[in-house]
Design a protein around this ligand. Structure first.
Ligand code: SAM
Length: 366
């Protein structure tokens, strides 16, 4: 008789008389929520220790070979491999471990590095601040920002005094944009636009992609003064200094330059409150020529308010950290702001990405 059978004979009534509510709620789903932080730490540790790159270069490998290569003691290696195998981050067959097909495919497509950069952002910038989620909801403001050193208002101005965090942030931001901006380049017809204003353009990753695809286009990137040298350096490296200009600018307190055919807000209108978004869109409306277009490019949530899951999970960061209030808004919330700012002919373009990215385009009447 096995140990399980002994238990069943000894306690048959306890099991049926007291149904365990956890059995009616998928145990796996509950575990992943309850221990989600631990699951993330396995992924982060595997990235930081270089487990995936090791398996890609030298795998399949035994646990002992992995421990030796990663310079881990036996117990530490056992913990790491137990978690990574249980989470499906690696395959384990007896003593032998190997890369999963999915991670292998991402590496081949050059996209794994985007995931690694996102993991570093979650670990070094997002993780601690999310512990203030409840308080951020109660006070309706970004309480988690207190975890980032500095006293400047907002995350972005604090990054400037923390070079390590700044580097982690912009490496991630570039990756997050690159996961989706090939679709922006493909779906946004700029053949008749001569000038584009990229508001809060970061390191100019989207400005560069759009300028490369549209050789006639001239782009002005606006961002806070601290971000300007970094953006100028990426523009110079792309060989586009003659067509892309970067200007230190506060989107809220400075007037927008005028005369543009297109104004882009990429990953910008997820940071602010709906009222602030309307204010920025009004400024964009003034900056545009009649017939010009405004483009909102970021993740979107469904108007039904129940997903997608990544939109919900990503919203915790926007509630806790960057500014007083933002989230992955539903399409309709952006459309309301666009309408209030005077834009017409609104067009939604959902994108076939792993992230819930979408494009919203509005026009300034002729
Ligand atoms: C989430 S990042 C997006 C960067 C870039 N658009 C992209 O998609 O990769 C937001 C950017 O907005 C900039 N930003 C935040 N507040 C700003 C303000 N008040 N004026 C100008 N830029 C601002 C930040 O410095 C940062 O580079």
């Amino acid at each position: 008789m096995t140990a399980d059978q002994v238990n069943e004979t000894q306690f048959p009534e306890t099991e049926s008389a007291l149904p365990d509510p956890l059995r009616s709620w998928s145990a796996d789903r509950l575990s992943m929520i309850l221990f989600g932080h631990a699951a993330f730490q396995y992924l982060n540790a595997a990235c930081e220790l270089g487990l995936f790159e090791l398996l890609a270069e030298k795998g399949p490998l035994t646990g002992t070979e992995i421990r030796t290569a990663l310079d881990l003691e036996e117990r530490a290696g056992d913990v790491l491999l137990l978690g990574c195998a249980a989470l499906g981050l690696i395959h384990r067959d007896g003593p032998v471990c190997r890369l999963t097909d999915e991670i292998g495919a991402l590496m081949e497509r050059g996209e794994w590095t985007h995931i690694v950069n996102t993991v570093a952002f979650e670990q070094h910038i997002v993780y601690e601040g999310q512990a203030d989620f409840t308080e951020s909801l109660r006070r309706d403001t970004n309480v988690g920002l207190r975890r980032i050193p500095g006293d400047e208002p907002g995350l972005y101005r604090r990054l400037a005094r923390n070079p390590h965090l700044e580097e982690v942030f912009y490496r991630y931001m570039r990756s997050w944009s690159q996961l989706a901006n090939a679709h922006l380049v493909r779906r946004l017809d700029l053949s008749h636009a001569r000038t584009l204003l990229d508001c809060g353009g970061g390191d100019a990753v989207n400005a560069i992609a759009l300028a490369e695809a549209n050789p006639h286009l001239r782009v002005t990137v606006l961002d806070i003064p601290a971000a300007v040298p970094m953006a100028e350096e990426s523009v110079r490296r792309a060989g586009l200094s003659d067509r892309i200009t970067v200007r230190g600018h506060d989107l809220f307190t400075d007037p927008f330059p005028t005369g543009f055919d297109c104004v882009l807000f990429a990953h910008q209108l997820v940071i602010w409150t709906p009222e602030e978004n309307t204010e920025l869109l009004r400024k964009a409306h003034t900056a545009l020529e009649p017939g010009g277009r405004v483009v909102v490019f970021n993740s979107m949530s469904d108007d039904t308010g129940d997903g997608p899951l990544i939109a919900a999970l990503d919203s915790v960061y926007f509630a806790c950290l960057p500014a007083e209030g933002g989230m992955i808004y539903p399409w309709s919330r952006h459309e309301a702001s666009l309408g209030a700012a005077g834009f017409v002919d609104l067009r939604r373009i959902p994108l076939p990405t792993w992230t819930p990215h979408g494009i919203l385009i509005g026009s300034k009447a002729l």
